[in-house]
Each structure stands twice: as structure tokens, then as C-alpha cells.
Design a protein around this ligand. Structure first.
Ligand SMILES: [Zn+2]
Length: 166
């Protein structure tokens, strides 16, 4: 019985973290104003990390506030045990919403945001790297493999690189 309950919980957790969404690499993304200044800084840092790893192929226009934006990053109070969640658009390419749990430690928030941006831009879960399904607080950067997988999806005219060695 105990194992059964655990299995159900795991399947809910993996279903909650949606696989692919439809954000373009230069789209406009609004950050809701109910994040703290420090949280907003980590979200921007996560976006910068993808920009660096793809040598500028990902260059999201990150704005504070949700006015006139294509996609949104919003603070959530409770995500059923998840740290972040990417909501897929229902009809083709439309607004992607990334929900991030409020009150996460800075380093965790940055990593969760990098992971969710990965989903939003088209990556699925992987065994290694930032797209691991189970979150580990030990990768504040993107590996070369993370960058390569992303560039397989979006195309990177200037190549890619890992950001962990810097
Ligand atoms: Zn995920």
C-alpha cells in the first residue's frame, strides 16, 4: 500500500512538469511583479545563462511586469511538491506560462528557472544536466551537453558552449 501511494505521487510529480512548450528563442517574456527583487535577479540570471550557452541564439526579451508580453513567468504559492512548472499552450504557438514556487533559495530558483526555460524552449527531461527530472541543488550553470541539446532544437548559428567551467 505504501509503495502504491509513492508510485502515484511520483506520477503526479512527473505529469506536473510539462514536457515541451512553444517559446521562441527571442520572444518577449514578462516576469510578474510579485517576485522579490532578488528572485527577479535569479530569473534574469537563468535567462542570461541560456544566452551565454547558446552564444546569443537565445536572447529572450525579459521584462518586469506582464503587460504586452508573449509569455509569462509567475510566482506560485503551491505547486504540489514541484519547484517549477511549465504550462503548455493549448492551441499551437500561444502563451507559455512558467510557474515558479515563491520563496525558493536563490541558487535553487536560478536552476529551476533554467530547467523550466529549457522546457519552454523545447527540451524534454534528460538523465543528466539541467533537464534532470529530479532537482539537485548542484548545477548553477549549463553543461556543454545541455547547450548542444538546446541547439539541436532551436539552431545556434554561432555554436554553443557549457557555462560550468567559468
Ligand atoms: Zn521538468
Amino acid at each position: 500500500m505504501r509503495n502504491l501511494i509513492l508510485a502515484v505521487l511520483l506520477s503526479v510529480a512527473s505529469a506536473g512538469c510539462a514536457e515541451r512548450a512553444e517559446m521562441g528563442p527571442t520572444d518577449t517574456v514578462g516576469i510578474s511583479t510579485n517576485f522579490s527583487a532578488e528572485e527577479t535577479e535569479q530569473i534574469l540570471a537563468a535567462s542570461d545563462e541560456w544566452k551565454l550557452a547558446t552564444n546569443g541564439a537565445i536572447s529572450l526579451d525579459m521584462r518586469i511586469g506582464l503587460e504586452a508580453v508573449q509569455h509569462s513567468i509567475v510566482a506560485a504559492r503551491y505547486l504540489g511538491g514541484l519547484s517549477g512548472k511549465t504550462l503548455k499552450p493549448t492551441d499551437g504557438r500561444a502563451n507559455v506560462t512558467i510557474q515558479l514556487l515563491g520563496g525558493l533559495p536563490s541558487a535553487v530558483l536560478k536552476q529551476v528557472t533554467m530547467h523550466e526555460l529549457g522546457h519552454a524552449l523545447g527540451l524534454d527531461h534528460a538523465e543528466e544536466g539541467i533537464m534532470r527530472e529530479r532537482f539537485n541543488d548542484d548545477q548553477p550553470c549549463l553543461t556543454e551537453e545541455d547547450a548542444r541539446k538546446m541547439c539541436d532544437v532551436i539552431g545556434c548559428p554561432n555554436g554553443w558552449r557549457g557555462t560550468c567551467e567559468e
